[in-house]
Design a protein around this ligand. Structure first.
Ligand code: AP5
Length: 219
């Protein structure tokens, strides 16, 4: 089963993708995570992507299309029961390229799960987000704190990081890019009849439940 988790910055795509990986063995394909890894590694396109990401703009289509195409050819993905596209596609050109590459690889999209969240809630979610520096588990100052203050629930690390683009100014630019370039994709996928909407304003566990129900219906 291959799905897209779709929504604006801070909608909960990464949070829910991690849960689906655990619960269903699907593999999360986050272009944001892959680009951040390239930035950290200092690769050529990582250097170019860094400035674009810090401005809150979109990285060129061909860069992310190539990243995803290469990742789909890796063995863990080929042997998985399915994938979760997180943060991809973000433009019509990316969606068309995805359709083409899935057809070539004998794969298909089963659903586009749209997390509906009000813009005002997103800024609070993103500016309060932090991540375990060791295992990458995500948290929020208000909505998802570690069970023991300052200690990661998953791996026990006491070191946490924040993303360079998680400040209010960049979030607003990312939201602008989302509304101008990415939101129109909902119509693109509605034409294909595979859009499923979920209330992304609900609490994290409730959103997971709603997504699981959608996936159960598809199975
Ligand atoms: P990317 O990494 O994809 O970031 P994003 O889309 O902006 O999404 P986020 O990761 O910020 O949010 P999320 O929806 O995953 O929310 P999360 O679950 O963490 O992209 C970053 C940049 O890379 C882009 O700006 C662009 O430059 C570039 N890029 C990436 N892909 C690209 C592409 N395809 N094309 C071109 N450029 C690309 O949740 C946020 C917080 O809220 C967390 O703290 C969480 O605990 C909390 N939370 C989650 N759900 C809830 C809930 N239901 N209630 C309360 N709190 C919640």
């Amino acid at each position: 089963m291959n799905i897209i988790l779709f929504g604006p910055p801070g909608a909960g795509k990464g949070t829910q993708a991690k849960r689906l990986e655990k619960n269903r063995g699907l593999i999360q394909l986050s272009t944001g995570d892959m680009l951040r890894a390239a930035v950290a590694a200092g690769t050529e396109y990582g250097k170019k992507a860094k400035e674009i990401m810090e401005r809150g703009e979109l990285v060129p289509d061909e860069v992310v299309i190539n990243i995803i195409s290469d990742r789909l050819d890796e063995d863990d993905v080929k042997n998985a029961p399915g994938v979760i596209f997180d943060g991809f596609p973000r433009t019509v050109a990316q969606a068309e390229a995805l359709d083409k590459m899935l057809a070539e690889k004998g794969m298909k999209l089963d659903a586009v799960i749209v997390l509906d969240v009000d813009d005002e809630a997103l800024v609070e979610r993103i500016t309060g987000r932090f991540t375990c520096a060791k295992c990458g588990k995500g948290y929020h100052e208000k909505f998802e704190r570690p069970k023991v203050e300052g200690v990661c629930d998953e791996c026990g690390s006491t070191e946490f990081t924040r993303r360079a683009d998680d400040n209010e100014e960049t979030v607003r630019q990312r939201l602008e890019a989302y509304h101008a370039q990415t939101a129109p994709l909902i119509e693109y996928y509605e034409k294909a009849g595979i859009v499923k909407k979920v209330d992304g304003m609900a609490a994290i566990d409730e959103v997971t439940k709603q997504i699981e129900e959608v996936l159960d219906q598809l199975a």
